[in-house]
Design a protein around this ligand. Structure first.
Ligand SMILES: N[C@@H](CCC(=O)N[C@@H](CS)C(=O)NCC(=O)O)C(=O)O
Length: 229
């Protein structure tokens, strides 16, 4: 029998359950679920109120972070519980046979850039946003901000070069690597208001790609899943 956290009961116990908040990490899974036209229940986990540390939530995510996903009808007839967006996106792609190519080289390219996002883009842009926006008044020392600013800029260079040669991050087609990366690039000029500081306009290939991705109706619906307002 599938287990559901009593604090966040399903509306339909056959559906995928998403536990999330519309931060860049949370948005990735909402966007993928919308792109794949999967039916799901969305539960807002308010990290501002420390709901990610609730004992029931920790059974979904031992690391106490959003988002998490539960599929009560996993492919082997067993419930699948997952934390970590890279693992969740790969699971949804494999479940549906979409957004991840099947030939070895093309598949590994997408996985490589997906790992690049979760290992570098997310953590570094997140630290940059912390010191640039959220903790601006907490320290007068510019060391941390400069460190993450330089590294974020360097990562944008890497992405821009990749997108000069390929239409999408993973290669020729839209994939989970784009879904993982776009919310993190979007937030720089959006909530972080760091467009000028990072000179985002100068990354012409990123701008072309970001426009194409954010124009997708599923992206626009998915980014609002588990939004506070
Ligand atoms: N590597 C994780 C990162 C998840 C993550 O950092 N989530 C943040 C929100 S964007 C969180 O839950 N923060 C709450 C906390 O740190 O207590 C993933 O890709 O899923």
């Amino acid at each position: 029998m599938p287990w559901f956290p009593p604090r966040w009961p399903p509306s339909d116990s056959d559906r995928i359950q998403l536990y999330s908040l519309a931060t860049p990490n949370g948005q990735k899974v909402g966007i993928a679920l919308e792109e794949l036209s999967l039916k799901y229940d969305a539960h807002l986990i308010d990290i501002g109120n420390d709901e990610q540390s609730d004992d029931e939530y920790l059974k979904l995510s031992p690391n106490g972070k959003i988002p998490t996903l539960s599929d009560p009808n996993g492919p082997d007839g067993e419930q699948v519980l997952l934390m970590e967006t890279g693992a969740i996106l790969m699971y949804l792609a494999d479940k549906t046979g979409r957004l991840l190519p099947t030939t070895t080289n093309a598949r590994q390219q997408v996985i490589q850039w997906l790992f690049f996002q979760v290992a570098h883009v997310g953590p570094m842009f997140g630290q940059f946003g912390h010191f640039f926006k959220f903790a601006r008044d907490k320290t007068k020392d510019s060391y941390a901000l400069n460190r993450y600013l330089l590294e974020s800029h360097r990562l944008l260079d890497v992405l821009d070069e990749r997108l000069e040669e390929h239409e999408y991050i993973g290669g020729d087609s839209y994939s989970i690597a784009d879904i993982a990366t776009a919310p993190w690039v979007d937030v720089l000029g959006g909530l972080y208001a760091a467009g000028e500081t990072l000179k985002l306009d100068e990354f012409e290939h990123i701008q072309r790609w970001l426009q194409t991705v954010t124009d997708r109706p599923a992206y626009q619906r998915g980014r609002k899943v588990c939004a506070r307002d």
